[in-house]
Ligand binder design. Structure first.
Ligand code: IMP
Ligand code: MG
Length: 175
């Protein structure tokens, strides 16, 4: 198989840090006095999770969840399952899901319902990237880093076949 080609840089680490700081201030305000549970989605959101944690200045807990609707390709299968669950108690807490990218929205629709069933006080979404052109599920980001076109994004946690997660910037696959 031919090696895929990487496009130009869409967002640098500094671009991402700037947005994380802005959103972090807003979230700090919005969650004052509330029991906040930050839930990062593995593995794509690891870098963004670390950025957001540093920029939210209120008492909080953090945990991770791994859910997937993807096979090896670049198209969502629509079916979501939990591969690794949160460990902390969810009931009565304000859950803020820290996500890498909202594409079809299937994964987040599932996760929002899931935390709702577990009696979270509220469930909101903070996503690094939003790709609204491909949305099929009725779900939206409450806090959005950047909105991107219909491209296959890699870098800053996002992968293609587990590659490119370590790139310190956001780019896309050409072709
Ligand atoms: P959704 O359920 O279709 O919204 O997509 C869920 C997950 O698929 C995201 O959280 C990503 O981990 C992955 N994904 C969606 N679009 C892209 C992309 O452009 N590049 C890499 N991963 C993606
Ligand atoms: Mg993800």
């Amino acid at each position: 198989m031919a090696k895929e080609t990487i496009g130009t840089i869409l967002y640098t680490q500094e671009d991402i840090w700037r947005r994380a700081e802005e959103l972090g201030k807003q979230i700090t305000e919005d969650y004052k006095g509330k029991k906040l549970l930050l839930v990062g989605t593995l593995r794509g959101a690891v870098m963004w999770m670390a950025d957001m944690m540093r920029n939210i200045d209120t008492d909080m807990e953090i945990d991770f969840i791994s859910a997937s609707s993807y096979g090896a390709g670049t198209v969502s299968s629509g079916k979501v399952n939990i591969k690794l669950d949160v460990e902390l108690e969810v009931e009565g807490k304000h859950v803020l899901i820290i996500e890498d990218i909202i594409d079809s929205g299937n994964t987040l629709k599932f996760l929002k319902d899931y935390f709702g069933e577990r009696k979270a006080a509220s469930v909101k979404i903070c996503t690094m990237l939003d790709k609204p052109s491909r949305r099929t599920a009725d779900v939206y980001g409450d806090y959005i880093g950047y909105t991107v076109d219909d491209l296959f994004i890699v870098g800053y946690g996002l992968d293609f076949d587990q590659k490119y997660r370590n790139l310190p910037y956001i780019t896309y696959l050409e072709g």
